[in-house]
Design a protein around this ligand. Structure first.
Ligand SMILES: O=C(O)CCC(=O)C(=O)O
Ligand SMILES: [Fe+2]
Length: 377
């Protein structure tokens, strides 16, 4: 039978507890780590806008993919479609997996907390990463203040500041007893699940065995090297922006947006969006509508539904100089874009087929948006 990491047989034989621990640890790595202050951004907001005559989405075959092609396409046109990056065996298997994840997640809170399934078993520490207003205990503040001094006494001044901060915070944070989770954090996680559920999405980290097998699957396709080269540093993932999608009909479009409008723009990112269903255009399954051009900043939110979205009127009237398109995607294509690309779930009333997809945003390990909850790769 299939040897795919993402097949049901492989998932059924995984050690769920160990996957759960691993995903929990991947989140812990970044608990007290902030992005670096000196950031080299891949997209310079001061770049003068160059209007191109070509307003399509660049696309290539899998064999033509290289970091140079990816870099040029993203820099000049904001996105790249790689045709046939994954096989039908792989996309079929991923659809089955996503169906299991949705089935398993549909349980009461009590059952959910006890679940030890490869398809759904949220790590216990997930809720503790939800934002909270509580001030840190005084003893922690004291530890944070004395730690660098102690480190200097023992190790001298030779270690670069950033390296020392990391090491020191790792050591001292291991001494801090975790604070109890607040009701506010519980509510934030519930709200996040509801928000995702409304568009047919579940966070990959809630299914740790699926998350771990996806990382192996990406590795097998050399995606880690590609993205590291593109970002200029090792990539990390994130809790909030790594989701398994099964669209609902009628589709909940959510509106035109650039993900940077809510993630921030002082980051380096690359989204790998994998359609698992033939979708977009006139196919009857929702793909994505996109404005096919490189933007260097966040577009106007005037007239839009949310302060992070852009109105349809503005987009359709050519406010972005280029009119939107609705590309056709085949199962197993890869669609790469970053946090400044303007897009939305394709909006039409007459879709007849459900669409599956996996959305994975990668960030630089030092240039990530902290509030998306970075996850170590
Ligand atoms: O899957 C979709 O329709 C939306 C995806 C999206 O907004 C994203 O990948 O940033
Ligand atoms: Fe998006």
């Amino acid at each position: 039978m299939s040897q795919l990491q993402v097949a049901l047989e492989s998932l059924d034989s995984r050690d769920v507890l160990s996957d759960k621990t691993s995903v929990a640890e991947r989140m812990e790595v970044f608990r007290d780590v902030l992005p670096t202050k000196e950031r080299q951004l891949l997209v310079n907001p001061d770049t003068p806008e160059v209007m191109r005559t070509e307003t399509t989405i660049p696309e290539i075959n899998h064999a033509e993919l290289s970091v140079e092609v990816l870099r040029t396409a993203l820099a000049e046109q904001g996105a790249l479609i790689v045709r046939g990056m994954f096989s039908t065996d792989e996309t079929d298997a991923l659809i089955e997996v996503i169906d299991r994840v949705f089935d398993c997640s549909n349980v009461s809170k009590e059952e959910r907390d006890k679940l030890l399934s490869p398809y759904f078993s949220p790590p216990k520490n997930l809720v503790s990463f939800m934002p909270e207003k509580r001030t840190k205990p005084a003893i922690w503040k004291l530890m944070d203040a004395v730690a660098p001094v102690i480190d200097r006494v023992f190790n001298g001044f030779k270690v670069p500041q950033e390296e020392r901060d990391k090491r020191v915070s790792r050591y001292f944070n291991s001494l801090k007893k975790p604070l109890p989770v607040t009701p506010e954090q519980q509510m934030k996680l519930a709200a996040l699940r509801t928000f995702n559920g409304a568009s047919g999405a579940i966070m990959a980290v809630e299914a740790p065995s699926v998350a771990e097998s996806l990382l192996q699957f990406y590795d097998r396709h050399s995606i880690r090297e590609l993205i590291a080269e593109y970002l200029g540093e090792p990539p990390c993932l994130s809790v909030k922006k790594w989701v398994l999608r099964r669209s609902q009909l009628p589709v909940n479009s959510g509106g035109w947006h650039q993900d940077g409008a809510f993630m921030g723009t002082d980051i380096n990112s690359l989204n790998l969006w994998i359609p698992l269903t033939h979708c977009g255009g006139e196919t009857g399954a929702p793909g994505m509508d996109v404005v096919p051009r490189r933007l260097h900043n966040i577009a106007s939110a005037e007239g839009a539904t949310f302060d992070w979205s852009v109105s349809d009127e503005y987009v359709q009237s050519g406010g972005l100089k280029v009119l939107p398109v609705a590309p056709v995607f085949h199962a197993g294509d890869a669609f790469f874009f970053d946090h400044l690309y303007l897009h939305r779930t394709q909006a039409r009333d007459d879709f007849t087929r459900v669409r599956y997809a996996i959305e994975t945003w990668f960030f630089g390990e030092t240039t990530f948006p902290k509030d998306q909850i970075p996850v170590k790769w």
